[in-house]
Design a protein around this ligand. Structure first.
Ligand code: TXA
Ligand code: MG
Length: 341
């Protein structure tokens, strides 16, 4: 049985010590972060890292993010250019992952970086994650704690539901504040490029770095070898088909709403607001993108259980955090690219 250990302000250090002991012994820990729950393992130990791939059913060509306690620790594993220093200074600890040239002498498991000469580094802000990494003394790989290709977990219950006893211990610290995975910024090339949008937006980064930030657009022709291996076009997917930019709800569909439901009708007559509770979730009645991001995966997961014909999703503005929300929804909807991840 997976042990679930509730973390409070009072017991945070003991909880971190207990989880660190599990990791030191080569086990896996469900780790709360401000974005989503991670499935943590010792990044220096190949056997621990292999367990992460196995537990998630994740293909070994999809590299993991290495989580560090602070920038000083991260510098041991990646080569920091001036841009990386500026981004770390401004956004760490926080929801930003940097792709940098890898330092081979750092000792990170080659499996974690999937044989690439770059490495993904992040310093998370959640107090439980910080306490845990500090207690370990070694860095942690931590992909989202879900079976590969499934929705990312934003509560301890999602972790336990998705991975069962493949995870030895879950540090339970309630729902994640942000609810969407970190922004992945590639600084290994000539120009900075966002590989995965997140709570740190292109605008935020362009202010901090003083230059324009490109957004990587996945190329359907290159599906087999995407630039960031995790950026397969279908990902974060519920089982139920997802229909975007819905202006009404078809018979048998569930609705993922955003903002007011006033003008949302049922095809053939009636109002969306009268849908049964199992078939209707609103990301944010007031149209707040932060609230919507925090609710996204949990609500998709809940609607997926309704076994509806499809999940209709209302339009979400593509500004600020809306870009990251739409990115995840787009992937959830890309059924033609269905893969086995
Ligand atoms: O918010 C987050 O980032 C969460 C929490 C737990 O920290 N973690 C997370 O990890 O989302 P994961 O493994 O689900 O996503 C990591 C992404 C994948 O898309 C992966 O392909 C990409 O980062 N990635 C990792 N290393 C890379 C590299 N060297 N080059 C390009 N992409 C890389
Ligand atoms: Mg993931």
């Amino acid at each position: 049985m997976t042990r679930i250990l509730a973390v409070t302000d009072q017991n945070i250090n003991e909880a971190a010590q207990e989880a660190a002991a599990v990791l030191r012994a080569g086990g896996l820990v469900g780790m709360p972060t401000e974005t989503v729950y991670g499935l943590a393992a010792n990044a220096l130990d190949g056997r621990s890292v292999a367990k992460v791939y196995e537990a998630k059913g994740r293909p070994a060509f999809n590299p993991l993010i290495v989580h560090c306690a602070d920038t000083a620790q991260a510098r041991r594993y990646g080569v920091f250019c001036a841009r990386a220093e500026a981004a770390a200074q401004r956004f760490w600890p926080g929801p930003l992952t940097l792709i940098l040239p890898r330092r081979a002498e750092g000792g990170i498991s080659e499996l974690a970086t999937a044989g690439l000469d770059t490495i993904a580094l992040r310093v998370p802000a959640h107090p439980a994650a910080r306490a845990l990494i500090a207690a370990c003394g070694f860095p942690l790989v931590a992909p989202s704690a879900n079976p590969s290709g499934a929705l990312s977990p934003t509560t301890p219950a999602h972790v336990a539901e998705g991975l069962g006893d493949k995870v030895d211990l879950v540090l339970a610290a309630g729902a994640c504040r942000i609810g969407i995975e970190s922004t992945v910024l590639d600084l290994s090339g000539d120009r900075p490029e966002i590989l995965r949008p997140g709570a740190v937006t292109a605008e935020d980064l362009s202010v901090a770095l003083g230059e324009e930030i490109r957004r990587h657009r996945p190329d359907p022709a290159q599906l087999d070898a995407p630039k960031s291996p995790g950026l397969l076009l279908r990902h974060y997917a519920p089982v139920t088909p997802v229909r975007l930019r819905a202006v009404d709800v078809a018979p048998g569909e569930a609705l993922l709403a955003f903002g007011s439901l006033k003008f949302m009708g049922l095809r053939g007559g009636g109002f969306a607001r009268d849908l049964p509770e199992t078939h209707l979730k609103n990301l944010s009645e007031s149209g707040d993108l932060h609230e919507a991001a925090a609710n996204l995966f949990g609500m998709l997961q809940a609607l997926d259980k309704a076994r509806a014909v499809a999940i209709a999703v209302m339009d979400i503005p593509n500004q600020g955090l809306g870009e990251a929300i739409n990115d995840r929804l787009q992937r959830a909807a890309n059924s033609p690219f269905e893969n086995t991840l």
